[in-house]
Design a binder for this molecule. Structure first.
Ligand SMILES: [Zn+2]
Length: 164
């Protein structure tokens, strides 16, 4: 694999549980974006991530050049859940309920955030059919939102008493 191709990352195929929703996403686990603080994946203990058990990554953009929803043909046919300040929109399969990705759009602590996160637990394989990396080999950072508005940096492990 050439350096140029490596910097662009690898195309992965992903889906919900029942197969209604399918997508591709380009990720580069060798060169994670700054938002991941040197890790590849994030767990977050906010009220929704903890209950849903999502394991997220950032493809490095707002999804417009890295993510393609293959089926259904329109995002409007997915379920969408938002709550509280409605800055985060969670997209999920309306048939099997699996959360696929979220879009973040709004102000947090005075900073405008426009972000996109994919639930890597919904990755199936690389585009060439080879398996997804052993998730255990990837570095995870832990966002501790429990009891705070917006933490400045994630932790290396889960907060006391949690797995997320
Ligand atoms: Zn489904």
């Amino acid at each position: 694999m050439s350096t140029a191709v490596e910097s662009e990352g690898t195309l992965y195929k992903g889906s919900c549980h029942c197969g209604f929703a399918k997508y591709t996403v380009r990720l580069n686990f060798n060169k994670p974006p700054p938002s991941l603080h040197g890790a590849n994946l994030t767990k977050c203990n906010c009220s929704i991530c903890h209950k849903a058990g999502t394991l997220l990554t950032d493809p490095g953009d707002d999804g417009s050049s890295t993510f393609t929803l293959l089926t259904p043909p329109s995002e409007k046919e997915l379920g969408m859940y938002t709550f509280n300040t409605r800055k985060v929109h969670w997209y999920f399969c309306p048939k099997c309920s699996i959360k696929l990705y979220c879009r973040v759009n709004g102000e947090f602590n005075g900073v405008e955030v426009r972000a996109f996160r994919v639930n890597v637990l919904t990755l199936d394989e690389k585009e060439d059919g080879s398996p997804v990396e052993d998730l255990k080999s990837l570095k995870i950072k832990y966002w501790d939102f429990k009891g705070q508005d917006f933490p400045e940096a994630p932790l290396d492990g889960p907060r006391n008493g949690g797995l997320w």
